[in-house]
Design a protein around this ligand. Sequence first.
Ligand code: PSU
Ligand code: MN
Length: 301
Amino acid sequence: MNAYFRFGPHIEEAQASQRPIVALETVVVAFGLPRPANLQVAYEMEEAIRMEGAIPATIGLLDGKVVIGLTSAELERFAGGERVVKVSRRDLPIALARRWTGATTVAATVWAAARAGIPVVATGGIGGVHRGAPFDVSNDLPTLAMEPVLVVCSGAKAILDLRATREWLETYGIPVLGWGTETLPAFYSASSGLPVDARVDSAEEAAAIARTHWALGGKGILVVVPPPASLTVPMEQLEEIIQEALREAERQGVQGWAVTPFLLTRVAERTAGESVQVNRALLIENARVAARIARALKQAV
Ligand code: PSU
Ligand code: MN
């Protein structure tokens, strides 16, 4: 490791004693959920991981360092109050050199986890190919193609072009494993109708495939978990809300890093916070599943 990394005391201890660790991102805390649910969910995810016998390593940038395993007091700094920037891979050198408080996207979190020797990351939905903008591809995708990390998520966010995102994963050799399902979840609902590469029904099965993938020189791998509670807003209505949000983003000239948070906020407003409830439930469930897989990966084969 180099001078740009700092490990929380609980992570140093976990690594010394070979405990399973699950890495968590901070963009979802700083930009993905409204206050005060954001901090509550962050703590609930950490708790879910501990309940499964693993150690949570929430990652973020503080004072010129990538912190692997924020303390509760540090995590609070990402949840409101101080200025936080969204940090994806290309932002890392800028945010570190300027000592910004930086929330890490899935991409930056996966990158950091790989360097820290943590093979499992949990999140809500990964970024992907944006609708109507095939050139706006989240760095989450190429980073998954480069780093040997397993990401547990509920697919890609429904505001994206799921079909194009699915194709992208295939092109770059990222296996998609369905957690008790044959189809890719659509974040707010159980299924997008798009197929996964294999269904797994246990953490051991997922771990066996991931281990094999890495032994063969493979990099990223996804385990997709259907959301435990789906939106009661009917799909057509959700689709309308998303399309309206997309038009609004265009009208207001929202671009680049701001697109995803803007769309998520609009969907939350138009579903009267219901999308936030689903997001919250799936984040916690994904953390739990990730902890079980991290544990299985630690077991001798
Ligand atoms: N999933 C959520 N909420 C979020 C995100 C994912 O439920 O806020 C964040 C993740 O950090 C992901 C990022 O990496 O959105 C993708 O942003 P972009 O499309 O700008 O790469
Ligand atoms: Mn983008």
